[in-house]
Design a protein around this ligand. Structure first.
Ligand code: ACM
Length: 384
């Protein structure tokens, strides 16, 4: 490669299919970071260029396109994936060719690949805090609903274990529905929920069917003040699909919400809207998709190459001032130090942050310890 050739990176975010709402936002996050990097002179004068395909929310297509990026397009670093099933499909490909995947999504943990950088939350950075918040404010009788694939099964298992440590805990139901489930699928579950009266519902539903779940809940006439839905995946993007009234009062734990009050977040959101217009819905996966490209660019500037063995020493341990706060890549486990937060959906389609960590929490993907971080309580906004 000549010293002034563009640096090409692979992008695999779903622009179509059941998780395309999040996929589009992840793509916007990556493209915004690429724009910023190029506006500041690129990578030491070299333009950063995205080579991008649409895996259409289909794990097998993710694997096929990852292989195409590596073999045909000679790409060394891929940014992509939302569902854990898609990450699980891509990992054997990047491991076979010894390339690098940056994965910007919360997931179920219990995984390590030396060929992956994980920038979304591990369970000790979202599940632990959500379990703590929900059980102390609502109770420990929980009802689990998820989409039918690996993340919901594993995330529900973890939530179950966390809730079962609390007094009076009870697991009242556990259901898995297809990724294209409609409101009528959820209606039968609402009848069961009405008879069991849990303290809260934990949803690991993802993608388009998230709106169907929350609509079925609203149609059943349930009250989020007494029996809310708690989630790690219902973001501003899914709320835009279901409608603000439908989402209002439900809870999500995530390191990033649009409502984070910082000049840096405000500037970043303004640049996003300047580039993509007002009809975009930045969320936790958008933010990680954004900052991980900057982490890569900073490491590349030092390494002078994107070959994995030369890049990793500069990447691991590196830090970046992200919209959520200063994040850091943990050199021991390739996951990221993040800021746990709990938000309650408000009437404006965003989240009112009701609790947040005052410091970044180290990633513990195997849940060896259950660190909560230092919470700041903003519970004055919570009327339960
Ligand atoms: C997910 O499947 N990691 C949301």
């Amino acid at each position: 490669m000549a010293q002034n050739d563009p640096v090409r990176i692979g992008i695999l975010y779903s622009e179509t299919g059941v998780t395309s709402t999040i996929g589009q936002s992840q793509l916007q996050g990556a493209l915004l970071a690429i724009d910023e990097i190029n506006a500041e002179g690129g990578l030491d004068g070299r333009e950063l260029v995205a080579v991008r395909y649409d895996p259409a929310s289909t794990p097998a297509l993710y694997a096929e396109l990852a292989e195409r990026l590596i073999v045909r397009d000679h790409i060394n670093v891929i940014f992509g994936c939302y569902m854990s099933s898609s990450r699980k499909a891509v990992i054997p490909v990047v491991e076979k060719w010894n390339k690098l995947l940056f994965y910007p999504t919360l997931y179920e943990g219990f995984e390590f690949s030396g060929n992956v950088i994980y920038t979304g939350a591990a369970p000790n950075q979202n599940s632990v805090q959500l379990a703590d918040f929900m059980t102390s404010n609502f109770g420990a009788r929980v009802y689990l609903i998820g989409s039918d694939y690996i993340y919901p099964y594993e995330s529900n298992r973890i939530m179950g274990e966390l809730v079962m440590q609390q007094p009076g805990s009870e697991m009242l139901g556990e259901h898995y529905l297809p990724l294209d489930a409609t409101e009528s699928h959820y209606r039968a579950i609402m009848a069961d929920i009405r008879s069991k009266q849990p303290d809260f519902i934990f949803s690991t539903v993802v993608g388009d069917s998230t709106a169907s779940l929350y609509r079925a809940y609203a149609d059943a006439g349930f009250n989020p003040k007494t029996m809310p839905i708690a989630s790690l995946t219902t973001s501003e993007a899914e709320i835009a699909q279901m409608g603000h009234d439908v989402a209002k009062g439900h809870f999500t734990a995530a390191p990033y919400f649009q409502s984070i009050e910082s000049p840096l977040n405000a500037r970043c959101l303004a640049r996003l809207r300047q580039r993509f217009g007002d009809d975009c819905h930045p969320n936790l996966c958008w933010e990680a998709a954004y900052f991980q490209v900057h982490l890569f660019a900073n490491a590349f500037r030092q390494a002078g190459t994107d070959s994995i063995s030369e890049l990793l020493p500069y990447l691991l341990g590196s830090e970046f001032d992200a919209p959520q706060g200063r994040v850091r890549l943990d050199p021991g486990n390739h996951h990221t130090w993040l800021y746990p937060r709990v938000g309650r959906a408000n009437a404006q389609g965003g989240f009112t942050i009701v609790r947040q960590a005052t410091r970044a929490v180290s990633p513990d993907p195997y849940l060896v310890t259950h660190s909560l971080g230092d919470w700041t309580a903003k519970l004055d906004t919570l009327e339960t």
